[in-house]
Design a protein around this ligand. Structure first.
Ligand SMILES: [Zn+2]
Length: 134
């Protein structure tokens, strides 16, 4: 097993690691070092984690925003549909009311006509009776 010695990029301590490993942790400061093409880079785990967490949080926020937007749109559509229904209902009520008024007027005039007919019949009879008595 070939060992290489390298300096910890964080604290400068000498580390002995296997040559074929791609990453290692400093035994002194705990920093994670990535070993690619012979050079060492320090990996700030906390920074990576923070960045990833932030990315996830941003994504979640975006998702929530989209969800809220979708819900808002849905709500508006429902409202619109409700208004449409209410409008149709009002229109039907209006037409029905108009029809009822027309029917009422018609029956009223029929009633008045019937009353008029009765009155004229009675007065006619009375006139005839009076005429017969004379
Ligand atoms: Zn170190």
């Amino acid at each position: 097993m070939q060992l290489v010695i390298l300096k910890c990029p964080n604290c400068g301590a000498e580390l002995q690691i296997e040559a074929n490993r791609r990453e290692c942790f400093c035994t002194y400061c705990g920093a994670k070092a990535l070993l690619d093409d012979g050079s060492t880079r320090i990996i700030d785990e906390a920074e990576v984690l923070r960045a990833e967490t932030e990315k996830i949080v941003q994504l979640k926020k975006l998702e929530l925003e989209q969800e809220r937007f979708r819900k808002e749109e849905e709500r508006l559509q429902k409202k619109e549909a409700l208004f449409k229904k209410i409008n149709i209902f009002l229109f039907i009520t209006f037409v029905a009311g108009l029809a009822l008024i027309l029917i009422g007027l018609l029956s009223l005039s029929l009633m008045l006509g019937a009353i008029g007919l009765t009155v004229s019949c009675i007065s006619g009879t009375v006139l005839i009776c009076m005429h017969v008595r004379e």
